[in-house]
Design a protein around this ligand. Structure first.
Ligand code: 6FA
Ligand code: ABL
Length: 535
């Protein structure tokens, strides 16, 4: 069969694109390398305590922290050495589901976005209509395990932060805090899978193909005629189009395998015995900066204790030995602690840097900690973490590419390549703890008093700066000299190849990115549908 549109990758970008294209009556194939995730997609993997309830690990929000501790890790892309979800829903099936409606600055021309993208609001409105946020995901409307919220809100109030409902004021990102917001639906993982994918699957002109790896597009010069998979070639109709949505690691590799990108990367593909022979001839290679302009929030964890905090056994027992009352409550009506992921409070503050640029700092507070390094005696049942992320405005950039085995890799780390970013984050951390003595019982244990904040940041393991928020390797822009896709998300110098996923975002959004990615997907697919020449 031939398809009007073949969408590669079922993350938030790919799902939204595929849903809107099929809604417009196009014949659409969505190809995903991984398998099912939540119960409604055919997934079955979960702890014993959810068996018989049509639930998986991916459905239950409160199982989020076990993604990092469960010895069975089939959901991570095995060929990528940072966290990336390889299953239906991509990152949104395994992530913390923190969900922020984008701020205007997330798409601003001042940040390098094409002028035609300046008004994201109609597209964000479409996203909100399909997928509203909630800061009280438990089905009974109550909030649970709120001690961390109470302690951190005292700290921030002392620093003149205002308490707001964050998604009611997306542009207010200076000295504000509020409850963590999510795209959980009915006490379960929601996201694009439980909304957009559901409507797409109900259409006869839509097909989802799982467990199928795409290894490049088939093209004749500038025109793409189909995609190559590990199960053979899938063709397009005469005016058909391909949309790549493999994420910030998957999409660059797909472009390299299609003969599009910098020569050093294309030569690695050419040298590969399997992929090399499938590349277009060198005369048809398209040189674009695929893999450049990458950013990810540099983030640093501060670990605290407070006698009021319930660290929930640091989430260690949630799979095998959950608190019985909480498990029973969740199974009964999807309410209680298990209806929410770990974060409880988020905050933002703006900073001026020594270079005259404004950078934003985001904080996320949660019970528990990924690791504790301290010389203090402490009560492990009282630990909690504030993660400080430097976001919109950061100037550091890195590079994503592939290695000789064609595995997606970070070639240049994107954090702190500009020392001003580091200086601002250090200032932000110092400010967070500046009034800690005024919050009775609150103690900073990592770093402890043998380590200054400066030393803590300067010796922080580089890989731990990773926030899993990779954007930019196929940046959108006005020129093929510094961008990979044009304002219609079309890959420069091609007729019918597009990218709609995190990789087109030029700049990091204010918050955890999947809300901004989905708004960008709504906008991108609308522009693709409006662009003449298609099916
Ligand atoms: N973002 C948020 O907004 N809030 C969060 O709380 C949050 N948490 C996390 C988190 O806890 C973790 C551990 C990770 C890894 C990410 C988090 N993020 C969070 C980031 C967010 O999930 C990502 O930014 C977002 O999912 C990116 O969306 P994309 O559409 O750009 O890409 P994905 O990686 O989600 O999906 C790509 C899909 O393509 C995957 O399903 C993959 O299997 C598939 N694919 C890739 N290459 C392919 C190929 N060659 N053939 C077929 N399929 C392919
Ligand atoms: C995000 O946006 C980040 O990408 C995740 O790293 C983060 O989760 C979630 N949201 C929730 O805030 C953290 C976990 O809470 C830690 O336990 C884990 O060690 C860390 O991700 C790994 O990066």
């Amino acid at each position: 069969t031939q398809f009007d549109y073949i969408v590669v990758g079922s993350g938030p970008g790919g799902i939204i694109a595929a849903d809107r294209l099929s809604e417009a009556g196009k014949k659409v194939l969505l190809v995903e390398r991984g398998g099912p995730s939540t119960w409604e997609t055919g997934g079955t993997y979960g702890p014993d305590w959810v068996k018989g309830h049509n639930l998986t690990k991916f459905d239950v929000p409160g199982l989020f922290e076990s993604m990092f501790t469960d010895p069975n890790v089939f959901w991570w892309c095995q060929d990528i050495n940072v966290f990336a979800g390889c299953l239906v829903g991509g990152g949104t099936s395994v992530n913390g589901a923190l969900y922020w409606y984008p701020a205007d600055i997330d798409f601003a021309t001042s940040q390098g976005w094409p002028a035609s993208w300046a008004n994201h609001n109609p597209y964000t409105a479409k996203m909100k209509a399909r997928l509203p946020s909630t800061d009280h995901p438990s089905t009974d409307g109550k909030r649970y395990l709120e001690q961390v919220y109470d302690v951190v809100s005292k700290l921030l109030t002392g620093q003149n932060y205002q308490n707001i409902t964050i998604n009611d004021n997306p542009n207010a990102k200076d000295h504000v805090y509020g409850y963590s917001a999510y795209d959980f639906l009915a006490g379960k993982r929601g996201g694009p899978v439980a909304s957009y994918l559901r409507t797409a699957k109900a259409r006869k002109n839509f097909q989802l193909l799982m467990n199928t790896m795409v290894t490049g597009v088939v093209r004749n010069g500038t025109k793409v005629t189909g995609v190559r998979t590990d199960g053979g070639i899938i063709p397009l109709t005469a005016k058909g189009r391909v949309i790549l949505a493999g994420g910030s690691f998957g999409t660059p590799r797909l472009l390299y395998q299609s003969g599009i990108g910098p020569t050093d990367m294309l030569n690695l593909v050419k040298a590969d015995p399997t992929s090399g022979p499938n590349m277009p001839p060198q005369s048809q290679w398209i040189n674009l900066p695929v893999g450049e302009n990458v950013s990810d929030n540099p983030s640093i964890n501060l670990v605290f204790t407070h006698p009021s905090v319930d660290a929930y056994e640091n989430w260690a027992n949630i799979m095998s030995n959950p608190r019985p009352a909480d498990a029973a409550q969740y199974l009964k009506d999807q309410s209680g602690v298990f209806a929410q992921a770990s974060p409880r409070l988020n905050f933002w503050r703006a900073y001026g840097g020594s270079d005259g640029k404004t950078r934003y700092l985001q904080g996320t507070a949660r019970p528990g900690a990924a690791s504790v390094t301290t010389s203090y005696p402490y009560n492990a049942s009282n630990i909690f973490t504030i993660t400080a992320y430097l976001s919109t405005g950061i100037t550091s950039r890195g590079r994503i590419g592939i290695d000789a085995a064609l595995r997606p890799r970070v070639l240049t780390n994107p954090w702190f390549t500009d020392p001003v970013d580091k200086a601002v984050l250090i200032q932000g951390l110092k400010d967070i703890v500046s009034n800690i003595k005024n919050v009775t019982g609150m103690t900073l244990i990592t770093p402890d008093n043998t380590t200054t904040i400066d030393d803590y940041v300067n010796t922080y393991p580089t890989a731990n700066l990773n926030s899993n928020h990779w954007v930019g390797p196929c940046s959108i822009g006005n020129s093929a000299s510094n961008s990979v896709v044009d304002q219609n998300t079309k890959v420069f110098n091609t007729d019918n190849l597009f990218v709609i996923d995190a990789s087109i975002l030029r700049t990091l959004p204010m918050g955890n990115p999947h809300g901004a990615i989905m708004s960008a997907a709504e906008q991108g697919v609308a522009k693709v549908l409006a662009l003449a020449g298609g099916p």
